[in-house]
Design a protein around this ligand. Structure first.
Ligand code: SF4
Length: 341
């Protein structure tokens, strides 16, 4: 198939976007004169990395209600931020969020830089986020390539190289479609197409505005793209979470070290998580009772977390169970729910 006529392809997709753009809480209303607030774009893009729009939306709305400007977020206490972030995963991102907010508030007078290079110089802002904010908030012709865009481009061009090796090629091909005309809308149009029409499984090619330009569709099996390399098996680890209660209905929590998995978050006391036999050393001596186990999957390993329950005392962060459930990362919340029977 010959390369697509990019001018016609772009215009076709932008026309579709004008009629079908998703309504999202971080987007400016359709037809609005003012572009989207860069703070909202940045916050949403950080939240949306590795999580879905429905999952991120209530978090975004709570953050904006509580910290309506980047200056407000820059002043947040670490504990409040981590508690508000709990459940979004990838906690290093929450720490980067604060570092970036402080840099914008402290070094830029609370105003985000309006170029991709300026954004990239902010702490914790990677190439993708810089491109997304530059395009969506400032209408810069940046090449914004997330997982949705990779999938659409791999299909439009029927890219034969498997992921992840295909990434540079997909980025280059996506770049051939970027132009000075409405670059922010273009980035969002591609994302919307990938999210609502060019879905990972069963793409809705009959409804697709650019099906006439699509090499994968012409071949007949678009859902084979993007081609993926065979995955290495995810290692499995085991650990134990210790649910210690006092006589006042409170549960013992600990603050995890800043560095490492779930760094800086509160958690249940737990030993090392490792392959093979789990670390079974309790945090205090007590009559520990086995309450079963929960399963959790992290990016780089899966975990079986045994749950042990006892009454006792000690030097911990004693918290009501309701507060603990709202502050704990998902893996520990699962263990606490399991301890409640
Ligand atoms: Fe995706 Fe199908 Fe559209 Fe190609 S025709 S871009 S595979 S939805």
């Amino acid at each position: 198939m010959s390369p697509p006529d990019t001018t016609t392809l772009r215009q076709t997709l932008l026309d579709w976007y004008d009629a079908h753009a998703r309504t999202l809480p971080w987007r400016a209303a359709r037809g609005a004169v003012k572009r989207t607030d860069p703070y909202r774009v940045w916050l949403s893009e950080v939240m949306l990395q590795q999580t879905t729009v429905p999952h991120a939306t209530p978090y975004f709305e709570r953050f904006i209600a509580r910290w309506p400007t980047v200056n407000d977020l820059a002043a947040v206490e670490d504990g409040d931020l981590m508690a508000a972030w709990a459940g979004l995963g990838y906690y290093a991102r929450a720490r980067n969020l604060k570092a970036c907010a402080r840099a914008v508030a402290g070094d830029h007078g609370g105003v985000f830089p309006d170029t991709e290079a300026g954004l990239l110089a902010l702490p914790g802002v990677g190439a993708y986020t810089a491109a997304a904010v530059a395009a969506i908030a400032f209408d810069r012709p940046a090449n914004v390539v997330d997982g949705n865009v990779e999938r659409v481009v791999s299909r439009l061009f029927a890219v034969q190289t498997p992921l992840p090796a295909a990434r540079p090629e997909l980025k280059r091909l996506a770049g051939t479609l970027v132009a000075d005309d409405r670059p922010g809308d273009w980035a969002q149009a591609l994302m919307d197409l990938g999210s609502t029409v060019c879905r990972p499984k069963s793409p809705l090619c009959l409804m697709c505005p650019v099906s006439g330009f699509c090499a994968a569709r012409a071949e007949g099996q678009p859902d084979l793209y993007p081609i993926k390399a065979a995955k290495a098996a995810r290692p499995h680890r085991q650990g134990i979470a210790w649910v210690l209660r006092d006589g006042l209905g409170r549960v013992a929590l600990v603050r995890r070290p800043d560095k490492g998995l779930l760094g800086g978050m509160v958690g249940l006391p737990t030993g090392d998580w490792r392959e093979g036999e789990p670390d079974a050393t309790p945090p205090v001596a007590a009559d520990w009772v086995d309450a079963g186990a929960v399963e959790h999957v992290f990016t780089h390993f899966s975990l079986t977390l045994g749950v042990r329950v006892a009454q006792g005392s000690g030097d911990f962060l004693w918290t009501s169970e309701a507060e603990a459930l709202s502050a704990l990362p998902t893996v520990f919340a699962k263990a606490l729910i399991r301890a409640c029977g």
